[in-house]
Write a new protein. Structure first.
Length: 389
């Protein structure tokens, strides 16, 4: 079948995919490499994405979203709230893990250039996303949401980044810290495009892009924390927007006797579990990866650690402390308590399975907390994710 004999919808779909592929190759192999300088890094991408947006607007039918125009404002506000929820969560956890200076140009000229650069890219991507979902996948919207989320997630990374892992941990870090949050963001953007066209998706991703590029101070989160927040918050917002669509557009309420209490309780429980996992509370979990405390604590167990003062530790307690040279967490039993020259406690520790005591006593500054509970085996899931090979 030649292009001329293809149905018009397939021709438009081929046009969109071809244009996206060309822009992807141009951004990764042409801009900044073959064509360098200001023209290659900024002017070429701005022109390319602007032309894509204009071509999609003029040549490809918009298609019809799932909701009518009068509902569009509702989902634009839902998109704004979703973006602000993610930003607020990141900054809240940043209070615990710290902040750092933005790596992007914060000068007036830099901000103006980046506004044009990011604005053209955002416009081109979201028009393409909305056209694909609401026109090409009109009869299969779920397929459209899934495929566009995957496509735009892959397009967000340079080809070499997807195949450059030296260890299994590198791969796990990329999946958790980068790929899954990007996939969650694109899944929510695709669902918003399905419900209300490009504007809700532009509102959602536009706020996230603005926060990432234009805020002078950004939270400095470790990769595990960002993996949890960056994946959970968009997924949670997607579920909430789905419920909004059911109740406000489909009017599904009393027939199924759904109680909002259930959703509120589930939401609150999910948020608490995320905060618990990242250490917001005075107790937190830790996966055991060595057998030094066998048989009481084995590899793959999870210990629940409670933050305590040095004066609260007694002989026989299992404490968690930071090993100074390697900066790793160790959970060993206290077999003796001494005092240093300042009168501060020194903890002599030993692994139950070890034949000798630890070489250096633990000072108060190294103490993280005391093990208060052991949950057998369920930590193997985390170990397997960290070492997929």
């Amino acid at each position: 079948m030649s292009i001329k004999t293809m149905p018009l919808k397939r021709q438009h779909g081929l046009l969109i995919f071809t244009a996206l592929a060309i822009l992807y190759l141009s951004d990764n192999f042409l801009s900044g490499r073959i064509i360098g300088g200001f023209g290659g890094n900024y002017i070429l991408p701005i022109l390319s994405w602007s032309l894509l947006g204009l071509a999609l607007y003029r040549l490809v039918p918009q298609g019809r979203s799932l909701t009518r125009r009068r509902h569009q404002e509702v989902f634009i506000w839902a998109a704004v709230i979703s973006a602000l929820a993610l930003i607020a969560a990141v900054y809240a956890v940043g209070l615990l893990e710290g902040y750092g200076k933005s790596p992007y140009d914060q000068s007036f000229s830099g901000i103006v250039i980046n506004i044009f650069y990011l604005g053209s890219m955002l416009l081109g991507i979201e028009l393409a996303r909305a056209r694909l979902i609401n026109y090409l996948f009109r009869k299969k919207p779920l397929t459209g949401v899934i495929l566009t989320a995957i496509i735009f997630t892959i397009f967000a990374f340079a080809p070499g980044r997807l195949f450059s892992f030296e260890t299994g941990l590198d791969g796990a870090r990329f999946v958790g810290n980068t790929f899954l949050p990007a996939l969650a963001e694109n899944a929510l953007a695709s669902y918003l495009a399905l419900l209300g066209g490009p504007l809700p998706a532009i509102a959602y991703r536009g706020l996230l892009v603005a926060y990432q590029w234009f805020m002078p101070v950004l939270p400095d989160l470790n990769w595990v924390t960002w993996a949890l927040i960056g994946t959970f918050v968009p997924a949670f917002c997607l579920v909430m927007i789905y419920q909004l669509y059911r109740s406000e557009v489909l009017r599904i309420r009393s027939r199924e006797k759904e109680s909002p209490v259930g959703w509120v309780m589930t939401s609150a429980f999910s948020v608490v579990m995320i905060w618990f996992a990242v250490g917001v509370f005075s107790i937190y979990p830790n996966v055991i990866i060595s057998g030094s405390m066998r048989p009481h604590i084995d590899i793959g167990d999870i210990v629940i650690v409670k933050s305590v003062e040095a004066e609260q530790v007694e002989v026989g307690d299992i404490i968690q402390f930071i090993e100074i040279e390697q900066q790793i967490r160790i959970n060993h039993r206290v077999i003796e308590i001494r005092e240093d020259d300042r009168g501060q406690p020194l903890f002599v520790t030993k692994g139950d399975a070890n034949s000798s005591i630890d070489s250096d006593p633990v000072v108060a500054e190294q103490l993280r907390g005391k093990v208060i509970q052991v949950i057998p085996k369920i930590g193997w899931i985390t170990i397997a994710m960290r070492n997929p090979g």
